[in-house]
Ligand binder design. Structure first.
Ligand code: ATP
Ligand code: MG
Length: 595
């Protein structure tokens, strides 16, 4: 990207704008629910200018790639006074579970998208369309556009041909309409075993596009479906079901990823045949392909994500290191950060690999603006102010957000004993070190300037406490604050008031940009396993000391911990009084720089 802060290109917006300008969809009617041409014909004009949809199969948890698709579809509907349908593509009886349905709905809502708009609730299940799908399949049979094939799977495969060779017609291709109809009815009645017959579209076995060589449209599957139970023992193929779902729902722009490009001719063929038969309203939906999201340092394949969970390389689908949306939420990433990221990467037709840093930068930018500041000491070392009276405390004031004075201040109690970061003291300072070392002065942020006088060590020589004296006139916000100039500035919390907390410092789950990918010098036959590229140090759990105002924060509340990054109260393990925080992202990109 030449200028990463300019809005990136989105060619689909241009298509939508051109369609709207041409009035392409202006005469569409909408029955208030999905339906056939007849259902919609009797209804008023569609109040929605466009209709898009997000159509996941409920067979896994959503990942960062899905977020791109969700934000694109719901975003276009929002921008162009349309609607976006939330549709479960649940036509496959075996793989789907309620757990996935629930988590998908949660994730879409979490991203700030809604399928409820102006009194319309566009939440749909493709399995509710099975009656229509069977009716449409029967129409295709009656019009001579489909036939029952009784070849074995091997014969069908062998007769399909190759990229360079045409396929061969099935010996069953010229069955009569009556025979096809009879067989298809008996398929539905459960007379045949799985795989014995299949319904195919009759198109062209010599087509250059293999997807047009009489694709299968309905198969026998004696299986219980999570929604329709045992009502059906025939199920539609995805390539048949999906265009019909779009058309029944009056989708105007059906957006999918590039691997479906070769399916578009069948998508159009099928909908044209059904519209010719008067079953579907015109204009028909238009399929438009865009490139999928690929990100460095993560895997976005459902199969690999399942493997990470099942083999327990992570704690579960919502492990904060997982590139799932439940993982992102638990990690503390913000939905607005996803939106900013999606805007920046844009929508195109060319495959690209986006650097994870682009994602983190978008997150940081949103968090920097949104999050209140707090103080946490991650590696606590005791600082004793020898000239500050024991048992005495006073209030220091710290702004909640340096750019937003309207958010006010919070009180940080100050006393004789404070926790400071271990790295803020060096007995023998290295060159350029500006914080505490014997004889040096530094500011305790929001508090006083102190002069370091020495330290205590244990029998192993480890520093266990640092001593200093404070300069009483130098309190921040008082007239004397600037009377002494110092270069170092450090954060602290009062030992008597601090709240102990567990903090989980997350890093990238994989240590290399392309997990499982080939590397320079690899022998040609070498196959790498993505699991070998797991980062062994992707999480570190530490005991920290937090400022007292953090003690009772509710789960999912996020803050910037000064100097350390952005942290969220863990939504699973954090409790008021016993907080647990996850680091979402550091303040700056520090990957590979030893922190
Ligand atoms: P699979 O095909 O392995 O089941 P999937 O990721 O394609 O996985 P779907 O549930 O079919 O899962 O996806 C729902 C929608 O999300 C589809 O429209 C799909 O194109 C889109 N999508 C999936 N992965 C990505 C990605 N990496 N980038 C952009 N969109 C994606
Ligand atoms: Mg898919």
């Amino acid at each position: 990207m030449s200028n990463e802060h300019a809005p990136a290109a989105n060619f689909i917006k241009n298509i939508v704008e051109a369609d709207l300008a041409a009035g392409k969809h202006a005469q569409r009617r909408w029955a208030g629910a999905p339906g056939t041409a007849a259902d919609h014909a009797a209804a008023p004009l569609d109040p929605a200018k466009i209709r898009t949809r997000f159509p996941p199969e409920p067979n896994g948890y959503l990942h960062f790639g899905h977020a791109k698709s969700i934000l694109l579809n719901f975003g276009l509907a929002e921008e162009f006074a349309g609607r976006c349908h939330m549709r479960f593509d649940d036509t496959n009886p075996e793989k789907e579970e309620q757990e996935y349905v629930d988590s998908i709905l949660d994730a879409v809502k979490w991203l700030g998208c809604s399928w409820d708009k102006d009194g319309e609730s566009n939440l749909y299940y493709a399995s509710n369309y099975f009656d229509w799908m069977v009716q449409f399949a029967e129409y295709l049979i009656s019009a001579g556009h489909a036939y029952v094939d009784s070849q074995s799977a091997e014969e069908m495969r062998a007769n399909r041909g190759t990229l360079t060779q045409p396929g061969k017609d099935s010996p069953f291709r010229n069955r009569s309409v009556a025979e096809n109809m009879d067989l298809f009815k008996r398929m539905q009645a459960g007379e045949f075993a799985d795989g014995t017959h299949i319904l195919r579209a009759r198109i062209d076995m010599a087509s250059r596009n293999i997807n047009l060589r009489d694709p299968a449209i309905y198969r026998i599957r004696h299986a219980t479906h999570h929604n329709t139970g045992d009502k059906w023992c025939v199920y539609p193929m995805y390539t048949f079901a999906h265009p019909i779902e779009d058309a029944l729902e009056c989708i105007t722009h059906s957006l999918c990823t590039l691997e479906f490009e070769d399916q578009r001719p069948f998508y159009d063929w099928l909908l044209e045949r059904l519209a010719e038969g008067g079953l579907l309203q015109r204009p028909l939906p238009q399929q438009i392909e865009f490139s999928r999201l690929n990100l460095t340092y993560v895997v976005l394949s459902k199969r690999k994500l399942i493997q990470l969970v099942e083999e327990k390389h992570v704690g579960g689908w919502d492990d904060p290191r997982m590139p799932t949306l439940v993982g992102a939420r638990r990690r503390g990433y913000s939905p607005e950060g996803f939106k900013l990221f999606a805007e920046r990467i844009g929508i195109s037709k060319s495959d690209s690999l986006i650097d994870y840093v682009v994602f983190e930068d978008a997150q940081r930018e949103v968090m920097n603006e949104a999050d209140q500041r707090r103080v946490a000491v991650l590696d606590p070392l005791k600082l004793i102010i020898d000239n500050y009276p024991e048992g005495q405390f006073e209030d220091c004031h710290a702004p909640n957000h340096p750019l937003k004075p309207e958010l006010g201040q919070r009180i940080m109690p100050f006393g004789r004993e404070l926790w400071i970061e271990g790295e803020d003291f060096q007995e023998v300072p290295e060159k350029g070190f500006r914080r505490l070392f014997p004889g040096n002065k530094a500011r305790l942020k929001y508090g006083y300037i102190v002069e370091c006088t020495g330290c205590d060590k244990d029998e192993n020589g480890k520093v266990v406490a640092v001593h200093c004296t404070y300069l009483p006139d130098t309190k921040s916000g008082t007239p004397g604050a600037d009377s002494v100039k110092v270069k170092g500035n450090l954060h602290w919390v009062s030992v008597a008031h601090a709240c102990a907390a567990e903090i989980r410092l997350y890093d990238r789950l994989f240590a290399v940009a392309a997990p499982g990918g080939r590397r320079e010098g690899d022998a040609p036959e070498l196959e790498r396993d993505f699991l070998d590229d797991l980062n062994p140090n992707s999480v570190r759990v530490i005991a920290a000391q937090l400022e007292p105002s953090l003690k009772d924060v509710p789960p999912e509340q996020r803050f910037q911990f000064e100097r350390h990054g952005y942290f969220v109260a863990d939504r699973v393990d954090s409790r008021p009084g016993a907080p647990v925080f996850n680091r979402a992202v550091t303040l700056k990109d520090s990957w590979g720089k030893g922190s």
